[in-house]
Design a protein around this ligand. Sequence first.
Ligand SMILES: Nc1ncnc2c1ncn2[C@@H]1O[C@H](COP(=O)(O)OP(=O)(O)O)[C@@H](O)[C@H]1O
Ligand SMILES: [Mg+2]
Length: 615
Amino acid sequence: MSEFHLQEEALGKAYDSKQMRRLLKYLRPYKSLVVISASALFFGSGTQIALIALVQIALDDYVMVGDLGGLTMIAGIYLAITIARFGAEYLQFYTTAKMGQETLHDIRMEVFAKLQRMDSKYFDKNPVGRLVTRVTNDVNTLNELFSSGVINVIGDIIMLVAFVSMMLYYDWLLSLAVFAVLPFLVVTTLIFRNKVRTVFRDLRVTIAQINAFVNEHLSGIAVVKLFAREKAIKEKFDTLNRRAMDQNLKQVFYYAVFFPVVELIGAVSLAALIVVGGMQITAGLLTFGELTAFILLVERFFRPIRDLSEKYNIMQASMASSERIFQLLDAKLDRAGLTPTVTIPRSAASSASPSTTPALSLKGEVEFKNVSFAYNEPEYVLKNISFKANPGENIAIVGATGAGKTSLISLLFRFYDFQSGQILIDNRDIREYDIFSLRSRIALAPQDVQIFSGNLAYNIRLGDNSISDEQVLAAAKDVGLDQALGDDFDLGMEIQERGATLSTGQKQLLSFARALAFDPDILTLDEATSSVDTATERLIQNALERIMKGRTSFVVAHRLSTIEKADRILVFHQGELRETGTHEELLAIGGVYQKLYRLQYQPRNIERSARSAVV
Ligand SMILES: Nc1ncnc2c1ncn2[C@@H]1O[C@H](COP(=O)(O)OP(=O)(O)O)[C@@H](O)[C@H]1O
Ligand SMILES: [Mg+2]
């Protein structure tokens, strides 16, 4: 875990021109905002300089000569410029923020759309937690870059140049007195930056650990309570929590030292300024107004220098974040031969399956021809599989845990591409079908039912509004979900995240209803192994029979009743298709099936099978 967190926090260059150029591309649609923002920034900076010059003029040309009437006019101009400056700053803040938020929206959309298109293999390799970080944290780091970083760094540098020129214009000797403290300031800032960065990074790692810890131990709260581990776990949490506190305090300490030190350096330079400035005035080389303007300039001069170190950190974090985001965006999709047929327009990136999916209707003939498949070569989990299912045939797939049953089903959906052989549906290679059309005609009720927060209807139609309320209701009733839920049954009933309010059996039925709602041509089911009460068991059996009728179906079966009723049984053993036939035929052979039957399916062993067959 720590390795993963460290990777998340790895920092590199503060500036990478290739990445910066790519980031700036996202600003392209918002060119007018960029222009307004930059103009407002220039204008605002100009007003700052004008105001300082105005103070100098007021002092030297009006106060010193006692021209109070002219002074009123100067005050009027000062007010007018201040108001203009207010407008410019408002405009700059607003347009920068808008530009930043629009850009982030686009990037987040692109990342999410890309994640949706990734294939199963990608999700096998990348923990979901890390991918969530991509969409949230990394994009947020870029937020800081866009809303404060890039443009303002340029602004800061321009301001610095302007201030320095103006200082040199007033008095070069005084300027040198100010610049003399710069090395101290730079050294202090560098030391501070390094210290704070290390602490900051450690703190982020600790916070990530706290998140993971809380997540894990709240998700598993039942286990914690069951084994009465509350105290020990609380203590473990305390260690983490305390570490976060210490790191926070350390960070506060560095800030508490840094800011006063910068102030001190500023005060020293001011003292030098007054001494040297006083001497210059006495010698008639400088006016009061110029010295005052100088002091105002010096104050504004230190501020951007101090800010630059903070912006450096933001830049560095953004470069690391954008590198991770671009890596994800550039990741190749692994589905050989089909991937780019679907391009997702950026604006409509949220709907991964386009509405233009060609309509498809299948007879439901499925043929595997010498199919071999490995998740990671050379460990083949399916070896040279051949069989053919006729339209409407109900096929049971049996085998011990790890035999390859689930893998076989996932090939049909093209969740993975296999290494050799061919899968034909209606005599056509599945790789020739449009993947969305194909998947829209094959249903899957997986072993672990995924429930989404929302109401019952949403969970059945999964946001597909082409499925009407009537169809949803019919599907729910067809699988007996109304009976299973009793009085609670209502399409609008809210279902909690992860289905906490539903029993295992109810979740199974919901998943059947989902599979049935769009009236698929081919149905696949990965039966859950957990046992349910007899009433629910009967509901599930009835539902199974009803939904398999009239369509080709593949059921990874754990129930004897399902197996016995199948037209044909495929027996898998260690990735090979060993036996094929009906229940009676297979028992008569006296092979793998018979052994499996004795161990797992024979009625007197039901109890035992429920416990041992958990996959
Ligand atoms: N996503 C995956 N990545 C790598 N190996 C996997 C993956 N899923 C399953 N396997 C391996 O493939 C083999 C077959 O698994 P599976 O098809 O789930 O078997 P079954 O459903 O019959 O229990 C097992 O050895 C399992 O460890
Ligand atoms: Mg399985």
